[in-house]
Design a protein around this ligand. Structure first.
Ligand SMILES: Nc1ncnc2c1ncn2[C@@H]1O[C@H](COP(=O)(O)OP(=O)(O)OP(=O)(O)O)[C@@H](O)[C@H]1O
Ligand SMILES: [Mg+2]
Length: 379
């Protein structure tokens, strides 16, 4: 039996790892790539070149697929609504996409299901920011409602002058102001959900951001068990509320022993790359299963501890692949390279290590990632 063809809009590392997960299940996959050199387009056989923001390209692509899913959020929800009205099966669908694309709608969805969030408000003037700061104190955090990622679109402002600078930079684009949270730790929970609502949740995982971007994770999370349970319940309620099909990642802060819900991504997420080796079923496989409406797999850990560390492009602009052999000599290091052209600071891969000891797995994953990031000149 041939399974329905899954079309993936976008051909970055997430599509590449989804493709990899689809192979043993014989799920036919097509890609909509911007160019032949995109990381996933390099390895896939069935690639259409086109733009994710063009309704015509999306429509032409969807016409050759049974189900359409996504590698990123850079698709107009309005286009998705149009495609759905024309009978295209989108997973996740337009309703989910319209929530996750905008931090205001994400927060509204969290509040609807009673999830605690940092205090926040949409602001249209610097006076409104100052008024918010009078209530909640400085510093405050400003966030672009749309289009931010990896900390781009998040600014911590100590006073009204720096808030004014952000305001000018944003040129009237919608902005959220948020109370600055004294974060004890950050963690995430991901769930996979099928069209009829069947769901599985992954264990809570600790995440570390550097310069606003995801840097490393360690599972299971060290937050108190009750908080991890609470987070899993919230993530599942959000997935239901926004009708998510496929993977949903929910980011949390632990502050003063309490949990705060930060943001959502309705796709496989960097915080769960560890699941490839670290869980019985990876997030990529469960995403492909969920969108194909196949039974979901176990999310149990395969080892007591799993650490994943991102590898960014070396400062000298060289390719992490150049130091691959050394990285692989680190015991138990699973190296994933994304096939992207190297550029200093660009996310080019990650390393995962599983094992018995929390410190040891983190150490080995960091060692291997550092080797990939050291550049050609250094030894
Ligand atoms: N209210 C806050 N108080 C303190 N720190 C915050 C707050 N909001 C965000 N941060 C810090 O900034 C990081 C990035 O924020 P957020 O996750 O909202 O933005 P993003 O750029 O969309 O994220 P991503 O990198 O996941 O795409 C958070 O992981 C956290 O470290
Ligand atoms: Mg985030």
């Amino acid at each position: 039996m041939t399974l329905p063809t899954v079309g993936i809009v976008g051909a970055g590392q997430l599509a590449r790892m989804m493709y990899q997960a689809a192979i043993p299940l014989e799920i036919p996959v097509r890609l909509l790539a911007v160019r032949d050199e995109d990381g996933a387009a390099l390895i896939a056989r069935d690639v259409m070149i086109g733009q994710a923001d063009s309704l015509d390209d999306l429509r032409a692509f969807a016409a050759t697929c049974d189900i359409v899913t996504f590698d990123h959020e850079l698709v107009e929800p309005e286009h998705l609504r149009t495609l759905e009205s024309e009978g295209v099966v989108l997973r996740p669908g337009a309703m989910t996409a319209s929530v996750v694309v905008d931090k205001r709608d994400q927060r509204a969805a969290m509040q609807r299901i009673g999830a605690p969030t940092p205090a926040h408000r949409e602001v249209a003037t610097t006076d409104e920011i100052a008024a918010f700061a009078r209530e909640h104190g400085w510093p405050i955090v400003l966030k672009a409602a749309r289009g931010g990622y990896d900390g781009r679109g998040v600014w911590i402002c100590a006073d009204v002058t720096s808030a004014g600078d952000v305001f000018a930079l944003m040129q009237g684009r919608p902005l959220l102001v948020e109370a600055f949270v004294r974060i004890e730790s950050e963690f995430a929970v991901q769930v996979a959900r099928r069209p009829a609502g069947e769901m599985v949740a992954y264990p809570a995982v600790d995440t570390v951001q550097r310069d606003g971007a995801f840097h490393e994770s360690i599972a299971p999370s060290s937050v108190p068990h009750a908080r991890a349970q609470e987070a899993a319940a919230i993530a599942m309620r959000i997935a239901d509320a926004i009708g998510c099909v496929g993977m949903l990642a929910v980011e949390f802060f632990l502050a003063d022993g309490h949990l705060l819900t930060n943001e959502l991504a309705a796709r496989p997420h960097n915080s769960a790359h560890y699941t490839i080796e670290g869980c019985v079923t990876s997030q990529f496989e469960n995403h492909m299963r969920a969108v194909s409406d196949l039974p979901l797999g176990s999310t149990a850990l395969t080892a007591p501890f799993v650490a994943t560390v991102n590898a960014f492009g070396p400062k000298d602009g060289s390719d992490p692949a150049d130091t691959l052999a050394d990285a692989l000599s680190v015991e138990g290091a699973h190296v994933h390279l994304y096939g992207k052209p190297p550029r200093s600071g660009r996310k080019l891969g990650h390393v995962t290590v599983t094992g018995e000891d929390r410190g040891d797995v983190l150490n080995r994953a960091r060692t291997a990632a550092n080797i990939l990031m050291r550049g050609q000149g250094a030894t």
